[in-house]
Design a protein around this ligand. Structure first.
Ligand code: J2J
Length: 532
């Protein structure tokens, strides 16, 4: 049984193989090639795991799952934070040929329910430490799930026990390299969070090529301080890039300076990846007296996920004392990097250029015509590691892709004469709250469930630290306070970062000539109100 997904047309698949982008190797190869190495692969708190141990632990888990009837072709819902078990589980499932969706640890009932509804997973792996799994109430709502393993649990459902039980004669059965390996999460702009099928071939290429560009080697010591399940710290080059190069991943629960600075010093970290607000907080910590001597081993700081201002960018080499690399990527595929040997000016002012010579990226005007260099328009792309369709979403795919299979990311960009991209804005109805993406429609739908809400629009507000925050603009039957709105949304079971930072009640919402909510006008009105 194979998982259905939109494939690359045969001519493209042939070309990507001919050019060596697709190697027809399963992602499990990233680990198994180092199966006999005693080098440290992951450090989680005081727990180091060698490559040999990581390989063995994932075999043990795979074997245990197999004994419980979990088999190739099935899917899994995984909800783990920045812990070693995240990687053990990922490799175990890849070895079994089971495709997981790795929900972010900040996700709650609403997000997990949406993923489960789409994938109908047979397996759930989660953490008792998360409030959602403090008891079994939520688990009982997941109809398709037959096997449950929980981290921090005792007894038959204990994840740790399944990992510790030695495997006997386990033989890996990964799915073929051209098939779906796992599902990545879309930042989204629609009511239902979308899933992105990623194949072994496309993801493996994206990791291997990222390693070349970012110079990851066996000497790389990478601090993973962003959510491990996110595409950026997973693959750009992220932890999987580190494993491929046989380097070492050190896990941090969050990117705060208080947590990360001592970890960087203790483990002699050479590279890490941050979002812009975390950079601001690191710079602030240094300005307030935290010693950047603790960061002496750090050679490269990757920044991406949201727009980095040139002012902030320019402070990084001077105040943190390391090189900056801008990363403009997306879970759907395309990743752009500034190169390590680019000029200071390029690194400060652009979001880099595509990593693959066969990434086709162009800028479209509102009619879909190609724009010349330096003009601002829609980003259109296709390539060897950019997907060809969201899982099970024919209607949305029809509008997200053009007839030639180019994906429209919803970003507004310009490309200069040398192919370097500058992100200029966004057209998709999404709020980028310091790298965390909020699909406006998803929250609006939840707001409309409130008995007092007649109309709802979620719009972005400028914010000096996060770049953007969210504001819920409501037309209500009875007065509604911000705390009540947030409480109501929390009860709907959504991630905390999606709760509106501000709530405004209005008489009516402004409309565009075609009758859609005029969010541009709303944003202007909010900005004026703020200054007033
Ligand atoms: C401006 N906007 C950016 C940047 C992403 C590497 C890095 C990031 C992601 C990621 C990723 C931006 N400047 N430097 O998957 O592998 C916004 C754009 C983009 C969206 C994608 C990776 N870097 N963005 O952020 O899927 O709007 O992936 O379309 O979460 O983030 O979000 P996401």
């Amino acid at each position: 049984m194979t998982i259905p997904f939109t494939r690359w047309p045969e001519a493209f698949a042939c070309r990507y193989r001919e050019k060596g982008y697709w190697q027809d190797l399963p992602l499990t190869d990233i680990l198994t090639r180092h199966a006999h190495s005693d080098a440290t692969a992951v450090i989680d708190g005081e727990r180091p795991l060698s490559y040999r141990q990581l390989h063995q632990a994932s075999n043990n888990l795979a074997c245990s799952l197999q004994a419980q009837g979990i088999a190739r072709g099935q899917t899994a819902l995984v909800h783990l934070g920045n812990v070693a078990e995240f990687y053990i589980t990922l490799f175990a499932l890849l070895k079994l040929g089971v495709a997981p969706v790795n929900a972010l640890f900040s996700h709650q009932r609403s997000e997990l329910t949406a993923y489960a509804a789409q994938l109908k997973p047979a397996l759930l792996i989660a953490d008792r430490d998360h409030a959602l799994f403090a008891d079994d109430a939520f688990i009982r709502t997941l109809d398709s799930v037959r096997v449950v393993l929980l981290r921090g649990e005792q007894g038959e459902h204990a994840l740790e026990a399944a990992i510790a039980r030695p495997a006997d004669n386990f033989v890996a059965t990964p799915t073929p390299a051209g098939e779906v390996a796992f599902f990545q999460l879309s930042g989204g702009s629609t009511g239902m969070p979308k899933l992105i099928p990623r194949t072994h071939n496309d993801y493996y290429y994206s990791i291997a090529r990222s390693n070349e560009i970012c110079g990851f080697t066996a000497q790389t010591r990478y601090l993973c301080a962003l959510p491990a399940a996110h595409n950026y710290p997973m693959s750009s080059p992220g932890a999987l890039g580190v494993f491929l190069a046989q380097g070492c991943v050190v896990l941090a629960a969050d990117p705060s300076a208080t947590l990360c600075f001592p970890l960087i010093e203790k483990h002699q970290i050479t590279v890490t990846a941050l979002v812009p607000p975390a950079v601001s907080l690191w710079l602030q910590a240094i300005a307030e007296g935290a010693s950047n001597a603790q960061l002496a081993s750090l050679k490269l700081l990757q920044v991406g996920g949201a727009r980095l201002s040139a002012t902030l960018a320019a402070r990084i080499p001077a105040e943190i004392g390391c090189q900056l690399q801008q990363v403009f990527g997306m879970a759907e595929g395309l990743v752009n990097y500034t190169r390590l040997d680019d000029s200071f000016d390029r690194i400060i002012h652009t979001q880099g250029r595509p990593m693959c010579p066969d990434d086709e990226v162009w800028v479209a005007d509102e009619h879909g015509n190609r724009l010349p260099p330096d003009h601002v328009g829609r980003l259109m792309t296709r390539g060897p590691y950019t997907f060809r369709g969201y899982f099970n979403s024919p209607e949305h795919n029809a509008s997200a892709f053009d007839v030639d299979g180019f994906y429209c990311s919803g970003d507004l960009i310009s490309i200069d004469g040398q192919g370097y991209i500058t992100v200029q804005g966004r057209e998709k109805d999404q709020i980028n709250r310091g790298g965390e993406k909020i699909a406006a429609e998803e929250i609006e739908n939840l707001l409309l469930r409130h008995e007092s809400v007649i109309h709802a629009a979620l719009v972005s507000l400028e914010d000096s630290l996060l770049g953007e925050k969210s504001c819920a603009c409501l037309v209500v039957k009875a007065p509604l306070r911000a705390v009540a709105v947030r409480r109501f949304l929390r009860e709907q079971g959504i991630a905390e970062f999606k709760l509106p930072d501000r709530v405004e009640c209005l008489e009516t919402l402004p409309l565009t000539p075609v009758g859609k909510v005029d969010k541009k006008q709303l944003r202007q009105w909010l900005a004026e109100r703020t200054t007033a």
